[in-house]
Ligand binder design. Structure first.
Ligand SMILES: C[C@H](O)CC(=O)SCCNC(=O)CCNC(=O)[C@H](O)C(C)(C)COP(=O)(O)OP(=O)(O)OC[C@H]1O[C@@H](n2cnc3c(N)ncnc32)[C@H](O)[C@@H]1OP(=O)(O)O
Length: 654
């Protein structure tokens, strides 16, 4: 056992034993910690000088749940598998819940996953106002595995998940007193497993679970583990708590070894690894405090970026070139509330949004830039001039960030003397929703500025990924072949709508053509032009997109693109699209008449009848190849960063 991972016991003169879970920083439950916890629980139960027991986490953090790094050890059989039900039945149900002495959980910080489950098995729970309680296991491809209950939610007290809320400095004393009160029968002594006051009748519960199943399938048709979770809950409701616990154990064991779990655990650690950049974050630099941000340009991206900062309590100055544009920019920010509401499931109150808006100030000149800490420019012309202006008006410490998605960052700063503080801050539309921030370091960007932006990224709740400067940076470059391969297949006979369907079935929110309509044909053209310019020998020059642009089929905004759209932006395939495809084929010299063709690899007959799996592979594998090139060229620091860039950058788009 490592010296920092263990459980300790201390018995006070009042007869209360305080058992502390120790495994900083989040006091996760490794097998070592669990074995030692069981030992201490038994000691507390055995000792005659102990009347009641309080369980608490080390240094203000109850527990972040099962030690996720141990998943791989269990999956690979590197550690001895505990016997079935060892934790959920033997320790929690039969030792804690069934104990002759009362247990009280004193919760501060996080009580998550297995951590919350330990707390729930105690006979009462006292929490601080800021404690966070939840069962996030589904994010890891598994289900709560130490004995999950039906009750869960944010408002722990309202839900009955905790019994009292007290300030952190009263936590331990209140929990001790509560435990003694239970011991003296002044408060109820309730084994949680048998509580059913929050559970509906069996028939009502079945209806609710049926609805939950339908919702789960609608939300993520490819995921099995949410459905398995519902099955476990149903077993508990129908056959009783112990039967539920055993089904939970069996299901957990299967899910733990699933590809989904392995991938999601990889994502958990990869996400935390993006902020570790060799030669930057290991220099001991402390991020400087950014308080005020100026944004040049209030278009789609500028207003989205402004919203992202405002929602994280940054003061924002939005600059435009005239009153009309400024008003439109501010209106766009005001209009973001609806999207925020939909995305954050209504969590954004009117009050919070109004407070955020009060931090926004519009301007037409650079005068008010003299005390900003960070200035972001949107994708507007004359970027070089803008950076010259920014250098003139912003204070010398100010970070100068550009939200370009394709323009060379080294060029942007070429005419300034501040190249060390010029950095790419590539947001993804809608900028206040998509959780990725691609941080692009130009040749001379200083490590301090990268560290500052990493910190800002975290504060605005984005996952930052640091990459080097190249055409398209990491995300657009990785996903450029995605559209290219799709265009190639369509020109060679594959049905466009079958391609999109194959991708939605695969689990993406939308396929490449629907995505193109969403981002706009104009943007797709501009991006393509950069790639054709910089990688002429590696681009497939389809005329399909230019032909659409010629006819003003610009995507969702014009209600016509690869699809046609009604007023509510609902997409419908358009039979007319055939005309454009045929024209594009003619220009490219592609014929779909198999008799005229001598194709050895791409047989058109086959391309017309590709299976969904083939479609997904033929379009995704070039993306993987491009990711390998990015690694080989040193654009990305590590492969895991590219995984995160793909998952986070495309989480709403796909
Ligand atoms: C059987 C059971 O039902 C199964 C389970 O319990 S599965 C686990 C369920 N628990 C979870 O999913 C919680 C996962 N953790 C989190 O969400 C967040 O880490 C947190 C909210 C606890 C804290 O967030 P935050 O303060 O931002 O710190 P964060 O950077 O994420 O974590 C700090 C460090 O602890 C590690 N860590 C956090 N939770 C961990 C866990 N459960 N196991 C192992 N390591 C963990 C992180 O990897 C990170 O390590 P690093 O410093 O080397 O990068």
């Amino acid at each position: 056992m490592s010296s920092k991972s263990r459980s300790t016991i201390e018995v006070g003169a009042d007869g209360v034993a305080v058992i502390t879970i120790v495994n900083p920083p989040v006091n996760s439950l490794s097998l070592d910690v669990l074995y030692s916890l069981e030992e201490k629980l038994q000691e507390g139960l055995r000792r005659d000088d102990v009347k009641a027991i309080v369980v608490i986490g080390y240094q203000g953090n109850f527990s972040g749940g099962f030690h996720i790094s141990s998943f791989a050890d269990l999956q690979q059989g590197k550690v001895a598998q505990p016997k079935p039900g060892y934790v959920s039945v033997d320790i929690l149900t039969d030792t804690v819940e069934a104990a002759r002495k009362p247990f009280v959980a004193a919760i501060d910080g996080h009580a998550l996953g297995g951590g919350l489950e330990i707390a729930m098995c105690c006979h009462a729970r006292i929490s601080t106002p800021n404690a966070q309680l939840g069962l996030p296991e589904l994010h890891l491809g598994i289900i709560p595995g130490f004995g999950a209950k039906l009750a869960k939610g944010e408002e722990a007290l309202d839900l009955g998940l905790v019994d009292a809320i007290v300030s952190p400095n009263q936590l331990l004393e209140t929990a001790r007193k509560w435990a003694l009160d239970i011991w003296e029968r002044k408060r109820p002594w309730i084994p949680t497993l048998n509580r059913n006051d929050k559970v509906e009748s069996v028939s009502d519960a079945k209806d609710i679970l049926k609805f939950a199943r339908a919702q789960a399938i609608k939300q993520a048709p490819n995921l099995y583990h949410p459905l398995a979770y519902i099955d476990v809950i149903e077993e508990g409701v129908v056959s009783g708590p112990r039967a539920g616990l055993m089904k939970e154990y069996e299901t957990f064991e299967v899910l733990l070894r699933s590809d989904t779990c392995k991938a999601l655990v990889h994502i958990f650690f990869a996400r935390r690894g993006t902020t570790k950049v060799p030669g930057v974050t290991d220099l001991g630099l402390v991020p400087r405090h950014v308080k005020k941000v100026a944004i040049v340009g209030g278009g789609l991206m500028g207003s989205g970026i402004a919203t992202a900062f405002l929602l994280s309590n940054y003061a924002v100055i939005l600059k435009e070139v005239n009153d009309k544009f400024l008003e439109a920019g501010i209106d766009r920010v005001k209009g973001k509330k609806q999207i925020c509401n939909a995305t954050l499931k209504g969590k954004l109150s009117e009050e919070k949004f109004e407070k955020a808006l009060s931090l926004l100030k519009g301007t037409l000149d650079y005068e008010s830039f003299k005390d900003v800490d960070m200035a972001v420019t949107e994708d507007v012309p004359l970027k070089q001039q803008i950076f010259i202006d920014l250098e003139k008006f912003c204070p010398p410490h100010c970070i100068l960030a550009s939200n370009t998605s394709t323009i060379d960052l080294n060029l942007i700063g070429e005419r300034t003397k501040s190249q060390d503080r010029i950095i790419g801050a590539h947001f993804f539309s809608p900028a206040h929703v998509i959780p990725l921030l691609e941080i692009v370091r130009a040749q001379q960007t200083s490590p301090q500025v990268i560290v500052d932006l990493l910190d800002v990224g975290k504060k605005i709740k984005k996952t930052p990924v640091v990459v080097r400067n190249c055409t398209g940076f990491a995300v657009n470059r990785m996903f450029f072949p995605y559209t290219q391969a799709a265009l190639l297949l369509v020109e060679h006979g594959t049905d466009m709508y079958c391609i999109d369907r194959a991708f939605t079935k695969f689990g993406m929110h939308m396929g490449p053509f629907r995505l193109c309509d969403l981002i706009g044909i104009g943007v797709a053209m501009a991006t393509e032009a950069q790639f054709i310019l910089n990688m002429p020998d590696r681009t497939y020059k389809s005329m399909l997109i230019p032909l659409m642009q010629q006819d003003k089929r610009l995507g969702e905004t014009t209600q016509r693109g690869f699809y046609i759209y009604d007023e509510r932006c609902k997409a419908k395939p358009d039979p007319e699209i055939k005309k454009y495809i045929e024209k594009a084929r003619d220009i490219s010299g592609v014929s779909t008449d198999t008799k005229l063709l001598h194709l050895s690899v791409l047989d058109l007959n086959q391309l017309e009848k590709l299976s969904d799996k083939d479609i997904v592979e033929m379009i995704s594998f070039p993306v993987v190849n491009e990711a390998c090139r990015l690694l080989a060229e040193g654009i990305a620091v590590k492969a895991a960063d590219l995984d995160i860039a793909s998952v986070m950058g495309t989480s709403v788009m796909f």
